[in-house]
Every structure is written in structure tokens, then in C-alpha cells.
Design a protein around this ligand. Structure first.
Ligand SMILES: [Zn+2]
Length: 57
């Protein structure tokens, strides 16, 4: 175990970058964030979108 070796990126497993720790880069950081947001939106799921779509009738 060397202190010079960063933990691997949790998204893709590549060596993490110092700037984007613990991810390897901005892409994986964003991906992880989007996954979080996606799950967050899915949990409180009242189907309010349907209201906006019903035009006509
Ligand atoms: Zn990555």
C-alpha cells in the first residue's frame, strides 16, 4: 500500500485524479451526481407530470 496510490474511481475503477477525487475525472463525478439525483427524484414519485400533458379533451 503506497500513499501515492489514490483509491480507484468508484464509477469506472480507474485511478482517481487529485482534482476530482474520489473520481478519475469530471465525467465520472457528474455521472455519479446524476445517478444520485435520478434516484432522489424517483423516490418521492407522485405522478404530477401527467397533469401537464393532458391538453385537449
Ligand atoms: Zn472514473
Amino acid at each position: 500500500m503506497s500513499p501515492d496510490t489514490p483509491a480507484p474511481c468508484p464509477v469506472c475503477g480507474q485511478p482517481a485524479s487529485v482534482r476530482h477525487r474520489p473520481f478519475c475525472g469530471a465525467a465520472c463525478r457528474d455521472r455519479d451526481l446524476l445517478q444520485w439525483l435520478g434516484e432522489g427524484y424517483r423516490i418521492p414519485g407522485p405522478p404530477a407530470l401527467a397533469d401537464d400533458e393532458k391538453t385537449g379533451d
